[in-house]
Design a protein around this ligand. Sequence first.
Ligand code: ZN
Length: 136
Amino acid sequence: MAKTVWRHIAIVAALVALLTLAGGCPIKALFGVPCPGCGLTRAWWEAMHFRFGEAFSYHPLWLPAPFLLLYAIHLQVLPARFQSRLAKAVLILSAIAYSSLYLYRIFIVHDPLLQPDFSNALFPILFDKIRAFVYT
Ligand SMILES: [Zn+2]
């Protein structure tokens, strides 16, 4: 159990370091495409300052996100009653809800938070440099 706790602390520290170094979403920094969780940090920041309207505008599903993430990460080490089919169904339905919301925000409402930006992303820049090297 103590080994698991230290492993999770190391994972959280690595994620925080990655977010700090990337200056925001690491997925967007690498690929230029926002992830389904983009806006959650800002939404929680607004909620902690009691600006709930802004929180919902950054990410409508901000409230359950950290609890679902913690639950998903610790699913294997939780007591059996937390590993029931119902509990796992909640995770699957949550994944469907977050994915659906992600697609809705991109393709239906064209949320400015979720627009791709390839001009500052690592892999698109590398791809352009390799393509320029190969074809010149
Ligand atoms: Zn993101």
